[in-house]
Design a protein around this ligand. Structure first.
Ligand SMILES: *Cc1c(COP(=O)(O)O)cnc(C)c1O
Length: 463
């Protein structure tokens, strides 16, 4: 097989910034060992997130110029609406300024005290919005999704038996929504199979529970279905995506992921009365229903991006480049989530740094080490992001301690990825020297964004 090349050529470039090891030591200390607090100009390869960091196409930039900025009834909105209607089959499309604004609106209406929202795995902003409404978010991930190093084709699937017993236990009336995150971001960018979507829908339907899709990476998921699920080999990405959405009563999406936009999101649904309540909130928090917190030009860029992302050559390159990095690491014995996910490589920090206890945040230590070693920015997805405290103030750790290296879409080339692999391998060689971190300051919700750290022991003797 020939090399799978980047399916684009480069028309406009932006510089990246080189720093020395000594500079990075100072920068990291000033950022309190939290990569979120480092300035992007101090980062060489930024793998903090694939959100809003995509390179837009020349077509999208042309769309930006065509954006109509009318307050009401802009043609850019109708183009946006038409694209999403055709993709999802859902007649009602509500634009928001990002995914979490869609979630905030949806859960303000559907959440509330004593309600449950069940999921394969809720993303962090989704969970925070559910909890903020007073409701409880429940993750029911399939068993194979819980073991980072054991490959399986659809590790993002929901555990359908656990879903049935949860409904039996609590009663369907308190479960206001079932949400499938596609692909499963927090669980490693792992896909959900069509069969699983179908089965989850059947259970939800039997119990009168609406099924929503968190559709941020629907195209990457569709590509995995095409390449891994029997019966879908010869189907187009469009038809697979449409089938996925056909099982859902609604969806939320951040356009900052698979729509290649720098900002944006939406809610789509069938239910008129739910839409009415959502729009009432939209008007006071986001804006008029035909722009919803976005400029007309953003609506254009999103509509174009949603079509571009379903290009199979693009998706083959996208999924292959993640696999390429994952395989390089696996060959060198580095513990990584397997198989490769759709948008990121996940290092298993618990296995990488077994000497560091979970309450000293091995994932955060590893993220700091990657920055120090090579100027790479990544993010902890573990007990810093998802840990809780019990009544005595002891940490209740997350199920996994991962470090996510999210790959922005159409931004980095193969040599950038080769460099990333080299840096990870260098840190892996020195892994035994690494020591734990301790939190010195943290917020009540989404603490990983702003938490400050210091080294738990005297020094960090990592040369
Ligand atoms: C990014 C993301 C969100 C939130 O979207 P924002 O645009 O960042 O607010 C929700 N769910 C998933 C799965 C995501 O990846």
């Amino acid at each position: 097989m020939r090399t799978i090349i980047e399916p684009f050529r480069i028309k406009s470039v932006e510089p990246i910034y080189f720093t020395s090891r000594e500079e990075r030591e100072r920068i990291l200390e000033k950022a309190f060992y939290n990569p979120f607090l480092i300035r992007s100009k101090d980062v060489l390869i930024d793998l903090l997130t694939d959100s809003g960091t995509s390179a837009m196409s020349s077509n999208q930039w042309a769309g930006i110029m065509q954006g109509d900025e009318s307050y009401a009834g802009s043609p850019s909105f109708y183009r946006f609406e038409k694209t999403i209607r055709e993709l999802t089959g859902m007649p009602i499309v509500i634009p928001t300024h990002q995914g979490r604004a869609a979630e905030k609106i949806l859960f303000s209406v559907m959440g509330g005290a004593e309600k449950y929202i069940v999921s394969n795995t809720l993303f962090d902003t989704t969970r925070a919005n559910i909890e903020c409404s007073g409701a409880t978010g429940i993750d029911l991930l399939c068993e194979e999704g819980k073991y980072p190093s054991i490959p399986a084709p659809f590790k993002g699937n929901m555990d359908v038996e656990a879903l049935e017993s949860f409904i039996d236990e609590k009663g369907a009336s308190v479960i206001s929504l079932c949400m499938l995150t596609i692909t499963n971001n927090s669980g490693g960018g792992q896909p959900v199979s069509m069969q699983n979507i179908r089965e989850v829908k059947a259970i939800c339907e039997k119990n009168g529970i609406p099924l929503f899709i968190d559709a941020c990476r629907f195209a990457e998921n569709a590509y995995f279905i095409k390449s891994r699920e029997k019966g879908y080999e010869n189907r187009s990405i469009e038809s697979i995506a449409t089938e996925m959405f056909s099982f859902a009563d609604g969806c939320t999406m951040s356009a900052k992921k698979d729509a290649f936009a720098n900002i944006g999101g939406f809610i789509a649904m069938y239910d008129e009365s739910l839409a009415l309540k959502c729009r009432n909130l939209l008007i006071i928090t986001e804006g008029f229903p035909t722009y919803g917190g976005l400029a007309g030009r953003d609506l254009e860029a999103i509509a174009i991006g949603l079509e571009e992302v379903m290009d199979e050559n693009y998706l083959a390159y996208r999924i292959r480049s993640i696999e390429y990095l994952t395989n390089k690491l696996v060959e060198a014995g580095v513990p990584v989530m397997q198989p490769a996910g759709g948008h990121a490589v996940y290092l298993d920090a618990k296995a990488f740094l077994p000497q560091i206890p979970v309450d000293q945040y091995p994932g955060q230590v590893l993220a700091c080490a990657l920055y120090l070693e090579g100027g790479i920015r990544s993010v902890e997805i573990g007990s810093l992001m998802f840990g809780k405290y019990d009544n005595c103030g002891a940490l209740v750790p997350a199920a996994m301690e991962l470090v996510r290296l999210a790959i922005p879409r159409r931004v980095y080339t193969q040599s950038h990825i080769d460099y990333v692999a080299e840096v990870i391998l260098e840190v892996f060689k020195k892994r035994k020297e690494l020591k734990g971190l301790r939190i010195v300051e943290e917020a009540l919700v989404l603490r990983h964004f702003t938490a400050k750290f210091e080294w738990a022991s005297e020094s960090f003797c990592f040369a």
